[in-house]
Design a binder for this molecule. Structure first.
Ligand SMILES: [Mg+2]
Length: 311
């Protein structure tokens, strides 16, 4: 674990539309924290979807670390650009949910972020693959993807937790649960009405731990299938998930898998790391490449496991 290479600059990729991404004061503090530690930084402000991936890929050969100053969607984009390059990234909690930053326990204070960058401790993180695109955190098929679709169709800029209320309310009453066929590692696991998730980390929006036992470094993805055809079943699943007991209840399937194919009786939306992804059918697997993540010193993969002290 070498400290960050002082000869190469730290790249800060800024998404000005994420929660605090456009917060000038925080950004100023980050710049001066890097300067105080003798770290040269270069900034890039994204302008459209896909921009962060292109930029990260282009600057990887001349960069010590990429600081993601945005939300989970920006982290996903940067990871797609850095996959397999060996250049680490650090996701900062300046978006709405910040699932990855929370999983890694990245603090929000700029001075602490600079400390972590200067210390230079990294871990290898698995990447998932859905069709031809990488993901880092979690995929949802069915209900939550419909919420994301409704939200993105009316999104004009920065979103907050409140932005999800009406899309969720309307989806709750109007969603028609698809019938799914789920084949994991060559075995047909499920064929009925459901919503499903495939995750690389334990965290999900609003503090839920859908992929409760997921570890990002075990070379496997956690598959969770909630059999569900109506609102009452969904509420029950939500209650057990809140208590983190859902793998034991209501016929829920919880498996660790290498690859999974999900087909539905009609095209269904998928959300990928919080953004709208492809429609079903989808093939999801562990990608051959890994991504390096910068983490606070003295942490390892086990620390992130929820039952071993994960917050
Ligand atoms: Mg895993």
């Amino acid at each position: 674990m070498a400290p960050a290479d002082m000869h190469r600059p730290v790249q800060i990729i800024i998404n000005p539309h994420s929660g605090y991404g456009g917060n000038r004061q925080k950004l100023l503090s980050l710049r001066s924290a890097f300067r105080e530690r003798g770290l040269r930084s270069v900034e890039y402000v994204t302008t459209c979807a896909g921009d962060a991936t292109r930029y990260a890929r282009a600057v990887a050969p001349k960069t010590s670390v990429v600081v993601v100053w945005g939300g989970d969607g920006t982290a996903n984009e940067v990871a797609n650009g850095l996959a397999g390059t060996g250049v680490p990234m650090i996701p900062c909690p300046v978006g709405t949910e910040n699932l990855l930053a929370k999983e890694l326990r990245i603090p929000s204070h700029p001075r602490r972020i600079a400390e972590i960058v200067a210390a230079g401790q990294t871990v290898d993180c698995d990447l998932g693959r859905i069709n031809d695109r990488n993901f880092l955190m979690i995929i949802g098929i069915g209900f939550d993807a419909e919420v994301v679709r409704r939200l993105s169709s009316q999104r004009t800029g920065h979103i907050s937790h409140l932005s999800y209320f009406w899309p969720m309310w309307r989806t709750f009453w109007e969603h028609d649960f698809p019938r799914m066929r789920i084949v994991a590692d060559g075995e047909e696991l499920f064929k009925d009405y459901a919503l499903a998730f495939v995750g690389n980390i334990s965290r999900y929006a609003t503090g839920l731990r859908i992929c409760r036992d997921a570890r990002f470094d075990d070379g496997l993805l956690d598959l969770v299938v909630f059999p569900c055809r109506e609102q009452s079943a969904l509420l029950l699943h939500a209650a057990w998930t809140l208590l983190r007991l859902h793998p034991l209840k209501g016929g829920v399937i919880y498996r660790r898998v290498h690859r999974v194919r999900i087909e539905t009786d009609r095209p269904s939306h998928c959300q990928v790391d919080g953004d709208l992804g492809p429609n079903t059918p989808v093939d999801i697997s562990v990608a051959p490449e890994k991504i390096k993540l910068m983490v606070p010193p003295q942490t390892n993969g086990w620390t992130f496991w929820p039952w071993r002290g994960g917050a």
